[in-house]
Design a binder for this molecule. Structure first.
Ligand code: NOJ
Length: 748
């Protein structure tokens, strides 16, 4: 059965009311309904339930192979040995219906060749970076038999305490959608039946990033408006891009855990959002409904999840244990079971697994190919954000000798960041490794003295070596940040200053009097306001991956020009969280001088005329969303609109002239923001609606155009229907969310 170039996410929707089967197909998708129905009609209830069971692979045993042969397991996660996978697939082929297994793994930002953490990739504002990264991850992972990854994570993340912000694509629905969609395309490729295609998984459905207090797994309360206007936006984009699977989240929202939330899965995900792929639970999230206090016991948890429409259960085995009995007792309908099995079989058909389940082990490996490494280097270059560059400290010129200091200068595991099950530190090129081994940097003289070996080192004995290390050099490059274990799942922090003695280290280095350049590698936006005065330049790299070292030198030495922009707001103080650019306006927004109100002495306590801000840290973040410097300077002028009025069927062309007034060629991420002045519900003060990376030679200028349609302005208003509302809008174009070059138009 050859499926050719078929891009197949196909839709199966069980029409619940009629109990009938309705298949929704895109024109270009292959319809496997016949094959699926034939199989389904022959399967026993036990075999159906077996397909709904995803098991964590531990080790091969006769008992396990027997279970596979009996059709009790539909999927494994965490097996990466191709030989073992072939043995397991052989056992599946011996089962009555020969249904192949689907092998899953968390391949989040690379399999072996590790790209920057997703938050870093988002900083490139370039979907092609994310798509290429995901494609390369799929090529490498599929070589070892992985056909399903649990990525992209498209949870909106507005709290830097939350360790998984590293795995997110930032705070903004538009940017997360853009990058998430690109990742889906990258993982799944153009032809799902190709050996290198792997199923993507949009996760976590839903609201996981809104955990109260940034504490992982914590409860969320998301209003129906915020759900649809913010949290669901990237999921809809992923669905429209054909994502084959969705994972439910650990958290409860308003008291209902996602894995047992029938309304969320059946009404919103299936009906409103028209998702027709497979819904998988998170690890133990079905069993954890007992701990939440939502399910009485394992049987109750299985019942709640299955009737909510959760198709495959990860790890606890509760489906296998209880679903049969629940069906016999009439507490779970067979149509729910059949619907789940259809979704699961469909993914297996789409991926061509029925025809091609075995791996060709002897084939040449693409892992760590030069092409992959170069792509990872380019991604790391484009993901780094220049936050400070006083007196043109960077790029480093006429510098003969540098002093390298700090715990992240040679931390091969830690610069890979969170979620690198398969990344290998021995393949990482650290900044020190690049200077030692890369020919292009062989002329650079350097001394290396970490002073602190780990960010968490709690003694300062080596501080006495700082002066002698820095004194003989022309500049000090200080590598600070967080080791990878300080961000990621279950790694939330309540203090997000530079950990340990790192700030003290920076101050001591500065005292020597040489130019100081700081490079921070971290999984989250840290609170670094207090550190800024002690560095002349600051390059921020969300953990940059395998090729972080050479990428950083490319930037510091000016072989490349920084172009990354912040995908998240940098707060001044942890107490400002959550602070994000696209917030609603209060009735008392703070004026620009709000911070100075704090300094007025002798005033009486009063609330009249007061505004929304913090007395101690004001209303502004340290760095706004979309911010990032370049070695070039970009000047925006001549913002103009094709019309001052558009109708509901019209569209608007927005043009601006961008000039590189610096003396280096560079790239600017041009950003388009919009504000709907008055809405049936309050609209955000600014919303990103377009981005373009524009390359400009020194001195060159270009006209940059965006097209905006009423659909781009749509949102769920008071009546909960997605549509644009007539009225006045402001548009801004600029190099960050803080731009003030603006125009107004009317939508009629
Ligand atoms: C738990 C995480 O929340 C999820 O993102 C991941 O895919 C699963 N574990 C499987 O490892």
């Amino acid at each position: 059965m050859k499926k050719g170039n078929v891009r197949c996410i196909f839709s199966i929707l069980v029409c619940l009311l009629l109990g009938a089967k309705v298949y929704h197909m895109h024109a270009h998708q292959h319809d496997y309904s016949k094959e699926i129905e034939t199989l389904l009609s022959r399967m026993t209830l036990e075999e159906k339930i077996g397909q709904m069971n995803q098991v964590n692979f531990d080790s091969l045993s006769d008992e396990l192979l027997q279970q596979v042969e009996n059709g009790e397991i539909g999927s494994f996660l965490n097996v990466t040995d191709p030989k073992v996978i072939n043995i397991l697939q052989k056992a599946a082929e011996k089962s009555k219906h020969k249904i192949p297994l689907i092998i899953a793994r968390d391949v989040i930002h690379g399999y072996k060749t590790i790209f920057p953490v997703p938050l870093g990739q988002a900083a490139s504002f370039e979907p092609a970076i994310a798509e290429t990264g995901a494609r390369i991850a799929a090529v490498e992972a599929s070589e070892h038999g992985i056909k399903w990854t649990f990525a992209p994570m498209i949870d909106i993340a507005r709290d830097a305490r939350w360790g998984r912000i590293a795995e997110s694509l930032g705070e903004d629905p538009f940017l997360s959608s853009l990058m998430g969609e690109a990742m889906v395309k990258g993982f799944q490729g153009r032809d799902l039946t190709a050996p290198t295609a792997i199923a993507a998984c949009a996760k976590h459905f839903v609201g996981y990033g809104a955990a109260e207090g940034g504490r992982d797994y914590n409860s969320t309360s998301i209003t129906p408006y915020a759900l649809r206007n913010t949290y669901l936006v990237p999921f809809q984009k992923a669905i429209d891009a054909g994502v084959l699977t969705v994972m439910t989240s650990f958290n409860d929202n308003d008291g209902i855990p996602s894995s047992g939330n029938k309304y969320l899965l059946k009404e919103i995900l299936r009906k409103e959002m028209r998702f027709s792929g497979l819904i998988v639970s998170d690890w133990n999230s079905v069993g954890e409904m007992i701990t939440h206090g939502f399910a009485v016991d394992g049987k109750d948890a299985a019942r709640l999840a299955a009737s909510a429409g959760l198709n495959m259960e990860m790890n606890t085995g509760l489906y296998v244990k209880y679903l049969k009995r629940l069906v016999e007792e009439g507490r779970i309908s067979i149509s729910d079971i059949d619907a789940s099995v259809r979704y699961i079989l469909n993914v297996k058909f789409c991926l061509g697994l029925f025809d091609n389940r075995y791996l060709n082990i002897s084939k040449e490996s693409a892992i760590y190919s030069e092409k992959h490494l170069q792509a990872a280097r380019e991604a790391a270059v484009k993901s780094a954000i220049l936050l400070k560059n006083d007196n043109h400290t960077l790029p480093l010129r006429e510098i003969r000798k540098i002093a390298i200091i700090g715990p992240m200068a040679d931390a091969p595991y830690d610069q890979l960041g969170t979620w690198v099950f398969d990344g290998e530190p021995e393949h990482t090129v650290t900044p020190i490794g690049a200077l030692r081994d890369y020919t292009e940097y062989k002329d650079i003289q350097f001394v290396y003295e970490p002073i602190l070996r780990k960010s968490t080192d709690n003694d300062t004995v080596n501080f006495r070596k700082i002066r002698q290390t820095v004194e003989t050099a022309d500049a000090a490059i200080v590598f600070l940040g967080e080791e990878s274990r300080l961000s990621g799942e279950a790694h939330s922090l309540s203090d997000i200053n530079l950990i340990g003695y790192q700030s003290d280290l920076l101050r001591e280095v500065k005292k020597v009097g040489k130019p100081v350049v700081t490079v921070i590698m971290a999984g989250r936006p840290l609170t670094i306001e207090r550190d800024l005065p002690y560095t002349d330049a600051l390059l921020y790299c969300f953990h940059p991956g395998t090729m972080g070292g050479p990428a950083i030198w490319d930037l510091l030495f000016g072989r490349a020009n920084p172009s990354g922009k912040l995908p998240v707001t940098f707060v001044r103080e942890v107490g400002q969280i959550p602070l994000y650019y696209n917030h609603n306006n209060t009735g008392r927004p703070a004026p620009d001088h709000a911070k100075t109100l704090y300094d007025k002495s002798g005033e009486k306590q009063s609330s009249v005329g007061d505004v929304s801000f913090y007395l101690d840290s004001g209303k502004e973040p340290l760095f706004p969303f979309g911010y990032g410097l370049s070695y070039s300077e970009f000047k925006y002028s001549g913002l103009s609109l094709s019309s001052k009025k558009i109708g509901m069927k019209g569209s608007l062309v927005i043009s601006v002239t961008l000039k590189n007034t610096g003396n280096m060629d560079g790239t600017e991420v041009v950003q388009l923001y919009v504000r709907d002045r008055v809405g049936s519900i309050i609209r955000p003060v600014k919303e990103l609606k377009g981005v373009q990376r524009v390359n400009l030679k020194a001195g060159e200028s270009k006209v940059v155009r965006f097209v905006l349609s009423p659909d781009d302005l749509s949102f769920y208003g008071m009546d909960m229907i997605r549509k644009p509302e007539p009225g006045y809008y402001t548009v801004w174009v600029g190099g960050s969310s803080n731009t003030d070059l603006q125009e107004t138009f009317l939508l009629e």
